[in-house]
Design a protein around this ligand. Structure first.
Ligand code: IDP
Ligand code: MG
Length: 139
C-alpha cells in the first residue's frame, strides 16, 4: 500500500464539484485516510508550493490557492501516487486525457481542480505539511 496527498482546489470547491470528485476518488478504489475542509493563508500556500517559488506563475498560484476553501486529503491504494496522478490527468486540462478529473472539472492550467503528489518524498512532505500523525485514520 502507498499513500499520496491530494487537494480538491479552491476552484473546484467553489463550483461545488467536491462531491463529484470525492465520488471519483472512492470509485477508483482509494481509501480516504484523512480529509479536511480548510482555507490556507498566503504564507501557508507559499510554503506548500515553495519548490515553485522561482516560477513566473508562483504569485498567481499562491493567490489562487489561498482564495477560498479547499479539501485536503490523504489517499491510500496500491501505487497511489501514480494512480492518483493518472486519474487527475495532465496539469493543463487542454492536454488532459478524456475521462480524467482535470479534463472534466478544470478551467485552466492554473485553476486545475486538483493537486497530487509527484513522488514518495513529496507525498511524505505534503502529508506532514497538512496532517499530524493522529489525523491519519486507518482503523
Ligand atoms: P501538477 O499540479 O500537475 O503537479 P506542477 O507543475 O507541479 O503541476 O505545478 C503546480 C501547479 O501550479 C499546477 O497544478 C497549476 O495549478 C500551477 N501551474 C503550473 N504550471 C502553470 C502555468 O504554466 N501557468 C499557471 N499556473 C501553472
Ligand atoms: Mg506538482
Amino acid at each position: 500500500m502507498e499513500r499520496t496527498f491530494a487537494i480538491i482546489k479552491p476552484d473546484a470547491v467553489a463550483r461545488r464539484h467536491a462531491g463529484r470528485i470525492l465520488e471519483r476518488i472512492e470509485n477508483a478504489g482509494f481509501q480516504i485516510r484523512a480529509m479536511r475542509l480548510m482555507r490556507l493563508t498566503q504564507a501557508e500556500a507559499a510554503g506548500f508550493y515553495a519548490v515553485h517559488r522561482e516560477r513566473p506563475f508562483f504569485t498567481g498560484l499562491v493567490e489562487f490557492m489561498s482564495s477560498g476553501p479547499l479539501v485536503a486529503l490523504v489517499l491510500e491504494a496500491p501505487d497511489a501516487i501514480k494512480k492518483w496522478r493518472t486519474l487527475m490527468g495532465a496539469t493543463d486540462p487542454a492536454k488532459a486525457d478524456p475521462g480524467t478529473i482535470r479534463k472534466e472539472f478544470a478551467s485552466s492550467i492554473g485553476e486545475n481542480a486538483t493537486h497530487g503528489s509527484d513522488a514518495p518524498e513529496t507525498a511524505a512532505f505534503e502529508i506532514g505539511y497538512f496532517f499530524s500523525g493522529m489525523e491519519l485514520v486507518d482503523k
